[in-house]
Ligand binder design. Structure first.
Ligand SMILES: [Zn+2]
Length: 403
C-alpha cells in the first residue's frame, strides 16, 4: 500500500491522524512505521527529512524507499492508530530555504545565464553550485536585489502534476528526471521547475534571501546563502560579534578594519624589533664567549653547555663567532628535554673537517646529525651527562688536531 502524501495536498499540515499499516525493525535494528497517510517529508531533492512525534515516539528520520515512507522512531509502536505532529519550525525553515533557492537560482540564470547544477540545504547554510567561471560582488548584489524583489512582490508559488506530454507547455529550467508523477513548482512568469520538495504558497513567506559568500568547487562556483529566519539569525550573530569587536578594539564599527590593521602593523614592527634585539644579544654573548676562550697550543677553544635553548640561535651564534675570529673552535651542548644536542664549528686556520669530527661524537649519544666542513649539528639521547659529553668532545678535538 502506498502512503498518501499529505505534504503534497497541503504543505502547511503540521499534525494529522493516521493508521499504522506496518511496524517493523530494519536490518540495522532501527524501529520504523509506515502510515496510510503522512505529512512527514522524507529526505529528497536536496531537502532534509522532517522530524516530530508519532504517538509520542520521536521521529528522527524519514526515508522513502520504493514508494514506502519509513518513519524511524526511537521506540516500537504497537497501536493501529496514531496521532502525529511534525516539528513545524524545522519544516517551515526548510520550506523557506527551498523556495528561496528556486528564486535565487532563477535570478542567477535570468540575469547572467548561470545554471544551478545542485542544491544542498544544510543545518546552518544552504548552497547552490552554479555553472559559472567566476562570480563577482556586483553580480551577487544585483541577483540578491532581484531575488528579494520577487519575494517582496509576494507572488504565488504553485504546484502542478503533469504528464510527460504536457511538459513542453512549460519553460522548464532543466529537463525533469522522472517520467510519471511529474510535479512542477511554478512561480508564474518567473520560474518553472520539476521539484518534489515543500514550499510556502507565496514568495513573501520566504522573508528574504542573503548571499553569504562563494568559492570555487570543482568546475563550478558554490554559493552559500540563507533565507527566511536564518537571515535574521545571521544578522543577530554578526551584529553581536561586531559589538564585541568594537569593545575589544575600542573603535566604532566604521573604524574596525583600520583598527585591526593598526594592530597587525604594530605587531609586525614589534617582531622586527625583537629580531634585531635578539641579534644584538647574540652578538654580545658571542663576544663574551670569545673573550673567555681558553688558549690552546694551536687554537682557541670555546665551550658552553646550554639548557632548553634554541638550536637555531646556537647555530647562528657559532656561525657568527667563527667568521669573526680566526683559529677558533666552538663546542656547544644544548640540553633539551631528555635529549642532548650539539653544535660544533671551527674558523679558518684550524685543520679539522667538522663532518669527520661529528662522526666521532654522535655515537656517544646514539645521535644523528650533519652539516658542512666548518659547522655541524646533531642530537641524540641523554645517555651521559653534558659535562661528560663535553670532555669527550674536547678530547676528540685534541686528538684530531694533534694527529
Ligand atoms: Zn523545490
Amino acid at each position: 500500500m502506498i502512503t498518501e502524501k499529505l505534504y503534497y495536498q497541503d504543505p502547511y499540515i503540521s499534525f494529522f491522524s493516521a493508521q499504522i499499516i506496518h511496524s517493523n525493525k530494519d536490518e540495522k535494528g532501527r524501529f520504523y512505521v509506515i502510515l496510510d497517510q503522512t505529512a512527514f517529508y522524507p529526505t529528497g531533492g536536496g531537502q532534509p527529512n522532517d522530524t516530530g512525534t508519532i504517538n509520542g515516539a520521536h521521529v528522527y528520520n524519514v526515508e522513502e524507499e520504493n514508494g514506502e515512507v519509513r518513519h524511524f522512531i526511537d521506540r516500537p509502536l504497537e497501536e493501529n492508530k496514531c496521532y502525529a505532529e511534525i516539528d513545524w519550525t524545522r519544516r517551515f525553515d526548510h520550506m523557506q530555504q527551498h523556495a528561496g533557492q528556486h528564486i535565487l537560482s532563477a535570478a542567477y540564470e535570468d540575469m547572467y545565464g548561470y545554471k544551478t547544477v545542485s542544491f544542498h540545504l544544510g543545518a546552518e547554510n544552504c548552497t547552490i553550485d552554479l555553472e559559472a567561471p567566476a562570480l563577482n560582488e556586483e553580480e551577487a548584489k544585483r541577483v540578491e536585489e532581484r531575488a528579494n524583489t520577487v519575494i517582496l512582490e509576494n507572488r504565488s508559488i504553485e504546484t502542478r502534476w503533469v504528464t510527460e506530454n504536457e511538459l513542453s507547455k512549460f519553460p522548464l529550467r532543466k529537463a525533469v528526471s522522472v517520467t510519471d508523477n511529474i510535479r512542477l513548482v511554478i512561480i508564474p512568469d518567473f520560474d518553472y521547475n520539476g521539484c518534489g520538495g515543500t514550499h510556502p504558497n507565496e514568495t513573501g513567506q520566504v522573508g528574504s534571501v542573503k548571499i553569504l559568500h562563494w568559492e570555487k568547487h570543482k568546475k563550478n562556483i558554490r554559493v552559500h546563502f540563507v533565507c527566511g529566519d536564518r537571515v535574521l539569525k545571521q544578522l543577530q550573530e554578526k551584529h553581536k560579534m561586531i559589538q564585541r569587536l568594537t569593545a575589544t578594539l575600542n573603535a566604532p564599527q566604521t573604524d574596525l578594519e583600520a583598527a585591526a590593521n593598526r594592530i597587525l602593523q604594530k605587531q609586525e614592527d614589534l617582531e622586527k624589533t625583537i629580531t634585531q634585539l635578539e641579534a644584538e644579544l647574540l652578538e654580545q654573548e658571542a663576544h663574551k664567549l670569545i673573550a673567555q676562550a681558553s688558549i690552546k697550543d694551536h687554537y682557541k677553544l670555546v665551550t658552553k653547555i646550554y639548557k632548553e635553548n634554541s638550536m637555531k640561535k646556537l647555530q647562528q651564534m657559532a656561525n657568527s663567532m667563527i667568521h669573526h675570529t680566526d683559529g677558533l673552535l666552538v663546542l656547544f651542548i644544548n640540553e633539551n628535554d631528555s635529549k642532548l644536542q650539539v653544535v660544533c664549528a671551527r674558523s679558518n686556520g684550524i685543520g679539522i673537517n667538522m663532518q669527520e669530527y661529528i662522526r666521532y661524537i654522535l655515537p656517544e649519544i646514539n645521535g644523528k646529525g650533519g652539516g658542512n666542513e666548518m659547522i655541524v649539528q646533531g642530537g641524540g639521547d641523554m645517555v651521559l651527562s653534558s659535562e661528560s659529553l663535553m670532555e669527550v668532545m674536547i678530547r676528540a678535538a685534541d686528538k684530531l688536531l694533534t694527529s
